[in-house]
Ligand binder design. Structure first.
Ligand SMILES: [Zn+2]
Length: 143
């Protein structure tokens, strides 16, 4: 009787260990099956989405202050007079030291050739075309 009990316990233990090992094996196998590249692929497509959003150029007088992506929220100080804010893919003049404040009342821009102008301060915020060649042609036309 005692020997049989021992065999039974050993058998149960063996089964338990085998089941545990099998479960661990399945977990390992499943872990390998989860493609980590899938997540990277999503990130990549999101980054691509952001690339699709346009850019703006801020000009003060004849001086180009810079070009900014509408895909990134940011606040841009324009000289000592104006502040442009990019938010949710749109650019808007949030602060301006000009008598009329017309520029601050202009609707946010998010498309090529859209424009916010602060005449007294000679500040121009303009949407840039997606095609670089068009832009260069336009610049050549000006100069
Ligand atoms: Zn203004």
């Amino acid at each position: 009787m005692k020997k049989k009990d021992g065999i039974l316990i050993l058998t149960l233990l063996l089964v338990a260990v085998l089941s545990w090992a099998t479960i661990q094996g399945i977990h390992l196998w499943q872990g390998r099956q989860i493609p980590k590249s899938g997540e990277t692929g999503e990130d990549y497509s999101q980054a691509k989405e952001k690339d699709k959003t346009g850019r703006i150029r801020i000009t003060v007088g004849n001086h180009v202050l810079g070009e900014y992506s509408l895909g990134m929220d940011q606040t841009i100080q324009i000289g000592e007079t104006n502040v442009c804010e990019i938010k949710d893919g749109k650019a808007v003049m949030t602060q301006a030291e000009c008598p009329d404040h017309v520029c601050m009342m202009m609707s946010p821009i998010d498309s090529p050739y859209d424009m916010i102008v602060c005449l007294p301060n000679q500040v121009v915020i303009e949407g840039l075309p997606e095609n670089q060649n068009d832009e260069e042609t336009a610049l050549d036309g000006v100069s």
